[in-house]
Design a protein around this ligand. Structure first.
Ligand code: UD1
Length: 370
């Protein structure tokens, strides 16, 4: 196929939770091209996350090809990052247009590229469209709403997400319930998961430790509330080791905050295979992430979410996740129930079956016929 007849799709990735979502789409696009399909892609890394621990390690472990373009925007405020990504992506599109901008998830890069593309009349496809927490205090919720307001084709992880979109007036024909690409990546890598180097040193054994991740501004930016959460976790986990891979944002609070419970081990952000090994074998995971609640649901690991709302309700109604809120006092009773063996089992949501990347590419082939 020559470049005149190929259809070029931009795949946008910017921050850690994007990388596991694009990997299966790229794999499916490559398979389609090998089978004679006309879709081609250009991988664009915005540079929102740039540390090897937050970015490069994921490309290597998940076999994602090196980006074709890196916009290298780096850190900044919400508006600074949004602006820098828009300016640089707009320039790229003006110099070298594509036929579709495919964005995933809800990070700043997702929204910024969608806006830049749509204003240049490049249509937008959004993977993980339609999910809503209802909490406008989270930048991700704003990113979701803005992106979905200007998206042409919506790829959803749940019936609920489709319902949210239909209620907001989206034409049902533009909504494709395809499942969850993050779970494609998890299923493809379950056999490759491996313990981190500190596994022995910390005396970890399956079912005899906890994993904690916290990075939401509401939980980690104020030292006093972060410390109160740490104390409640230290007490409620009854002397078992707690592994806490520390996000750069959380590290800033930690620096100023010595004297936390000694059973909590603060470690570097973990690469994909090591993190999910830790999560899979943990007694429970305590988190304020959204994606992790999906992974623990599929692995059947008890999960406690320290947030008041979730955009992923199926992890609670179907899966192993429970919303505890952000009051440290909620942790003790929840951990007591866990130790008493009274945590729900949960099951796997519909279409979280490892084939979502293929479904997305099949839909794109229909939307963009040769
Ligand atoms: C972003 C996403 C969030 C996602 C999270 C996962 C948005 C609005 N939020 O939040 O949805 O759950 O990523 O990690 O897009 N930093 C580094 N190295 C890096 C990247 C960031 O040190 O590679 C520092 C930045 O300087 C900044 C802080 O970490 O101080 C936060 O980074 P930022 O990308 O602004 O947002 P996250 O909190 O990571």
């Amino acid at each position: 196929m020559n470049s005149d007849t190929a259809t070029l799709i931009d795949i946008i990735a910017g921050a850690r939770p994007n990388f596991m979502k694009i990997a299966p789409i790229i794999r499916a696009l490559e398979a389609s091209a090998r089978a004679g399909g006309h879709l081609r892609y250009r991988l664009i890394h915005t540079g929102q996350h740039y540390d090897p621990r937050m970015s490069g390690d994921f490309f290597t472990q998940l076999g994602i090809p090196a980006p074709d373009v890196n916009l290298e925007v780096g850190s900044g405020t919400q508006a600074e990052q949004t602006a820098a990504i828009m300016v640089r992506y707009e320039k790229l599109l003006l110099d070298s247009p594509s036929r579709l901008c495919l964005v995933v998830g809800d990070v700043t890069s997702t929204m910024a590229c969608a806006i830049a593309a749509q204003k240049l009349h490049v249509p937008v496809a959004h993977v993980e469209a339609g999910i809503r927490s209802g909490d406008w205090g989270m930048p991700e919720e704003i990113n979701r709403m803005v992106t979905d307001a200007i998206t042409n084709w919506f790829f959803t992880t749940s019936e609920q997400a489709g319902e949210n979109l239909r209620r907001s007036g989206v034409d049902p024909q533009r909504i494709f319930f395809v499942g969850n690409t993050m779970i494609d990546t998890l299923n493809a890598n379950l056999d490759r998961l491996r313990p981190p180097p500190f596994w022995e040193e910390l005396g970890l054994s399956p079912g005899r430790y906890f994993v904690v991740t916290l990075h939401r501004p509401s939980n980690v930016d104020a030292a006093a509330s972060f410390e109160a959460l740490m104390r409640a976790i230290g007490q409620g986990t009854r002397g078992l080791p707690v592994v806490f891979p520390v996000h750069p944002r959380t590290a800033k609070t930690l620096q100023a905050d010595p004297g936390l419970p000694s059973t909590i081990h603060f470690v570097e952000p973990q690469p994909y295979l090591e993190f999910n090994y830790l999560a899979r074998h943990a007694k429970a995971v305590i988190t304020d992430s959204g994606g992790i609640t999906e992974e623990t649901t599929v692995m059947g690991v008890p999960c406690m979410t320290l947030r008041d709302s979730t955009e992923r309700p199926e992890t609670v109604t179907v899966g192993s996740n429970e919303l505890l809120g952000t009051d440290p006092a909620a942790l003790g009773p929840a951990l007591d129930r866990l130790f008493a063996g009274n945590w729900k089992k949960g099951s796997i949501p519909e279409k979280w079956d490892g084939r979502t990347g293929e479904r997305i590419v099949a839909a794109l082939e229909e939307l963009f016929p040769a």
